[in-house]
Design a protein around this ligand. Structure first.
Ligand SMILES: [Zn+2]
Length: 661
């Protein structure tokens, strides 16, 4: 189970202020969130869940392959969601470390069980001959058959055994990779003078060492402000070096093992590289097409990156009182000087937005946007969740008045909590049995309020939750975000742009009459500032995507050697002694050979956005989008959904216009 990640880490900060809490006497349409208060409880639930799963699989094996077989197959899928997913989720958010550790062990037991299920021949054979009622059933079979094949069910003898071994090994290595980052506990000490420029609020909670220095971690709430705001270049360099070495040599070794295992895995299926194996069922279809896409984008992206860097050099020369010729931009300079240019040239200070966007009201505002567009209503309800600050909402359909989904939200940072922004789809919709979907949205915001960047992050994440919540698929296994991986980010990326529209921001007044509204002038500056820096931003994304595809290429290069070689050829070069790939968790996990998907789906997102050009809040377009795209989940292939919504095939015109603007 992979959560949908945010593209780049959110810079989450501190403090708090709220006005209204929306509460109404409604009930959750789905089951209550399971309560786990000890490791023993997790272990017991895990054992009971796996043993019930085993029984259910045996029943399905024995079941007659009649007109009801596909529904029974999907029932098992739904059972597995309800049993496995809450445990996978609390692994990331539970306040008790013992519970998280037990959940991690349970996750590996499920990985082992699922890799065996993936090779279950009886189910595979039944699936292929199960009666299909229509195109939706046929799509379910097509995708599920692909999943079984990818798990090695059609391999013979030793190859099949090896496939399972490799899958289990990759799960374990990935888990270890992430654990190494979580447990690294890297700390960097700074004197007060070295942190000149960093707001006091960002340091208030920091520990001090014997010499009175601030001891900071490299998590985003500490890392972000230092990289963006610390005047002292040497201080930023130390912080940056600590961050890019976070996973250490241990993780470089793990990443090498993971890529070798994937290579061998692809080989079992007759593929010379993992990229072609992994992409064959995605929109991109092959490594050649993905690489061709990156090659097409490269020119526009690098041009923008070069222009940005020139601006940053100018800003640095001015800041340090030296000539442009004598000034070089280092990797630890980019965030700082980009922020400086934004403040000086566009007079935009992201911090200035916090007073307009209290966290709770910001959440209600993003929900209001969705309500307006999609014809739904969010109502907060009381529920016992994993933490007292986590909230539950019922999503109802305005036209029918019926509750259709539930959403959990966890807004603030705390010890041991997942520290980026992501959505976990906990439960998929299945209209054939009245099953309502559930998603959990996890972010880490400053209690004082959000920056406009963070508001964009919140709407992006809510976009994933909406994809899950507004899904109205017949089968759970086709629900919501169960779409091709190179499409899954598109609905969220489409919405990011909404927060830069003053008509959209006016909805804030509807949820918080006492909140001051963002002055038009400040917003206009933020829009101008946003355009600055996109060359560097997409340049880096392009680089990550290219690295990922090369790393999973036929020659299985050493991760660090490849990274250094590619980075040396980039505009900012490579800094000896840094180990960026050691912290690149996307590649160790589900985005391996799939990172290009962020840029790929951005092209689709920008094309989709065009339909809302006249009115971002249009209920007519919004509800058409809801029924044609979001509601369909994966019961039709992504390209078909996009084509139907646009009334033509998708193209990259809007994306290139945006890059060149
Ligand atoms: Zn996302």
């Amino acid at each position: 189970m992979n959560p949908m990640h945010l593209l780049s880490g959110a810079i989450a900060l501190l403090l708090g202020a709220t006005c209204v809490a929306q509460t109404a006497p409604a009930v959750l349409p789905g089951p209550a969130f399971p309560q786990f208060s000890s490791a023993a409880q997790i272990n017991a639930a895990c054992t009971a869940g796996l043993s019930a799963a085993k029984k259910r699989v045996a029943q399905l094996e024995r079941r007659k392959v009649d007109a009801g077989w596909l529904a029974a197959f999907d029932d098992y899928y739904a059972f597995q969601e309800d049993t496995q997913y809450p445990i996978e989720f609390v692994l990331n958010v539970h306040p008790d470390k013992a519970v998280r550790t037990a959940a991690q062990a349970c996750s590996l037991r499920w990985a082992d069980f699922n890799s065996s299920y993936g090779q279950n021949e009886k189910i595979f054979r039944a699936l292929k001959r199960a009666p299909q009622a229509d195109a939706i059933d046929a799509e379910l079979v097509r995708v599920a058959v692909g999943n079984f094949e990818d798990a090695g069910v059609a391999l013979v003898g030793a190859k099949r055994k090896r496939a399972k071994q490799l899958l289990d090994q990759i799960s374990e290595l990935d888990q270890q990779f992430n654990k190494n980052i979580r447990d690294a506990g890297v700390k960097v000490a700074f004197t007060q003078a070295e942190l000149k420029g960093v707001p006091e609020g960002a340091l208030a909670a920091a520990a001090r060492d014997a010499e009175g220095r601030y001891v900071l971690g490299v998590d985003y709430p500490s890392y972000g402000p230092v990289m963006q705001l610390a005047e002292d270049g040497a201080a930023r360099e130390r912080m940056w070096m600590a961050k890019v070495n976070e996973g250490g040599d241990a993780n470089l070794k793990l990443l090498a093992q993971i890529t070798r295992a994937r290579h061998e895995y692809a080989g079992l299926f007759g593929y010379s590289n993992f990229v072609d194996f992994n992409l064959r069922r995605k929109m991109a279809k092959s490594g050649a097409i993905a690489n061709q896409f990156l090659a097409e984008v490269k020119g526009a992206v690098v041009e923008g990156e070069r222009a940005d860097l020139l601006e940053l050099r100018g800003a640095k020369a001015l800041h340090l009182g030296q000539t442009l010729a004598a000034t070089q931009i280092n990797r630890w300079d980019t965030s700082f000087y980009a922020e400086r240019v934004r403040r000086e040239r566009f007079a935009v200070d992201q911090e200035a937005f916090r007073e307009f966007f209290p966290p709770q009201e910001s959440l209600l505002f993003t929900m209001r946007v969705i309500e307006q567009m999609m014809g739904v209503r969010y109502t907060r309800v009381a529920a016992d969740l994993w933490h007292p600050e986590a909230q539950a909402f019922v999503v109802s359909d305005v036209a029918s008045g019926k509750p259709i989904a539930q959403l959990y939200v966890d807004l603030y940072p705390r010890e041991g909590k997942y520290n980026h922004a992501a959505v976990w789809p906990l439960r998929g919709s299945a209209t054939r049995v009245g099953r309502t979907p559930t998603a959990a949205l996890v972010v880490n915001f400053d209690r004082k309020g959000l920056t406009l960047d963070e508001m964009e992050t919140l709407l992006h994440e809510l976009g994933h939750a909406v994809h899950n919540n507004l899904s109205a698929t017949r089968h759970a296994s086709q629900a919501g975000t169960s779409v091709m991986q190179d499409f899954v980010e598109a609905p969220s990326q489409m919405l990011e742009d909404w927060v830069y529209d003053k008509d959209v921001l006016k909805l804030m007044a509807a949820v918080c009459p006492t909140c001051k509204s963002v002055p038009d002038e400040l917003l206009a500056k933020a829009v101008a500032a946003k355009a600055f820096g996109k060359g560097s931003q997409y340049g880096r994304q392009h680089f990550f995507a290219s690295y990922d595809l090369a790393l999973h290429g036929a020659d299985v290069p050493d991760p660090m050697a490849l990274w250094a070689q590619m980075e040396r050829a980039s505009l900012l070069g490579h800094v000896e002694g840094t180990r960026f790939p050691a912290g690149f968790a996307h590649l160790a996990g589900g985005y391996g050979a799939g990172y290009y998907g962020y840029l790929w789906s951005l092209v689709l997102a920008m094309d989709l956005r065009g339909e809302f050009k006249a009115d971002k809040l249009s209920p007519v377009v919004g509800q058409r989008y809801r029924s044609v795209v979001l509601g369909q989940g994966g019961q039709r292939p992504a390209p078909a959904l996009v084509t139907e919504f646009l009334g033509r095939e998708s193209n990259s015109k809007a994306f290139f216009e945006y890059l060149r603007k």
